[in-house]
Design a protein around this ligand. Structure first.
Ligand code: SF4
Ligand code: SF4
Length: 318
């Protein structure tokens, strides 16, 4: 049945599949709070198409990454694969507990998910355990945890999204990924237009939300010169330059003034930073020749672009 699952997963567009025995998880892991009889965690990885990032890389089209690379994968492709694979497990007498990310549910009290509107997020939800997706992916052998706590895979680098099935069936295990991808180069940290990733690698989720949604004037072609009209000029320019200091309450005020571009459906806000951190990492891994999948042309083909900030100082178009 392992081969049947792998074959079906491939047909359902999963690019990576790994099997982690329950022994790889601590007794108090959310895996067992969700399904105490878990014997295997099955991890599925779906590439975020490299070409989907071209629009934000070039500064031309922005909708495609969010609608195809986030929304369509998370809401259509991945749930369909989870359901069909779970059906196969249950047809063979096992129990299958599919686990997709819940974008609006957070256990933390004061964090947010940059991919959705902060007002839609339910925080401090302790009653419903959430899988640690990164840990599960690593335990399933899909890749490694990077310095900034992203999943790096040998084939797709950070351009991948994951979901899981918990089952009470036992399967031959997939070895842990034994290579080394992240070298601590910090190019991901330098690439964030809002300095949302701290030197140690932790991300300030509110700061990330603000710049994911387009607070950088240098990287947001849709921001009008009169943006942030209710802020004094110094604060406005600090926000736009990515140097402003702010707490979560102030982040909410900035976010309320930031949406210059339509969202996707299903709560997903359009990524205006275009996940610059992940793109920088991909470019770095590609240059070092560490990715197993090659292309005719490198991902980055010219100097990274930046827009002038002069129009924001003046508050009118040049
Ligand atoms: S750019 Fe990639 S390889 Fe470099 S530190 Fe960041 S995650 Fe690691
Ligand atoms: S580049 Fe974008 S996704 Fe990455 S940390 Fe910065 S704002 Fe967040």
């Amino acid at each position: 049945m392992r081969e049947q699952l792998i074959s079906l997963a491939k047909k359902l567009d999963a690019d990576l599949i790994g099997f982690a025995p329950a022994t790889r998880f601590a007794a108090d892991d959310p895996v067992f709070r969700i399904f105490p009889e878990t014997k295997t965690v099955i991890g599925l990885g779906f590439r975020v198409l490299r070409g989907i990032y071209r629009g934000v890389e070039e500064g031309t089209t922005y909708y495609q990454y969010t609608t195809m690379g986030v929304e369509n994968l998370e809401e259509t492709v991945m749930p369909m694969a989870l359901l069909r694979l779970s059906n196969l497990i249950e047809e063979n007498g096992g129990t299958a507990v599919p686990q997709r990310r819940s974008p609006l549910i957070m256990e933390a009290e004061n964090e947010t998910n940059p991919e959705v509107d902060y007002t839609d997020v339910f925080r401090g939800v302790k009653e419903e355990p959430q899988l640690d997706f990164l840990r599960c992916a690593v335990q399933c052998g899909l890749g490694e945890e990077s310095k900034i706590h992203s999943l790096l895979t040998p084939e797709f680098g950070p351009f991948v999204r994951v979901c899981f099935i918990l089952t009470d069936l036992e399967f031959e295990e997939t070895p842990l990924f034994s290579g080394k991808l992240c070298d601590g180069c910090d190019e991901c940290i330098a690439a964030c237009p809002g300095h949302a990733i701290k030197d140690g690698g932790d991300t300030d989720s509110w700061r990330c939300a603000v710049y994911y949604n387009g607070a950088s004037g240098e990287k947001n072609p849709f921001m009008p010169p009169e943006a942030f009209a209710d802020f004094d000029l110094k604060t406005k320019m600090e926000i736009i330059k990515g140097t402003a200091e702010f707490d979560s309450e102030e982040a909410k005020t900035i976010l309320d003034n930031i949406y210059f571009y339509p969202p996707a459906k299903h709560f997903y806000r359009t990524s205006i930073c275009g996940r610059a951190c992940d793109r920088a990492c991909y470019i770095h891994l590609e240059k070092k020749g560490l990715l197993t999948r090659s292309f005719h042309r490198p991902f980055r083909r010219k100097e990274d672009w930046k827009l002038s900030l002069d129009q924001f100082e003046k508050g009118e178009r040049e």
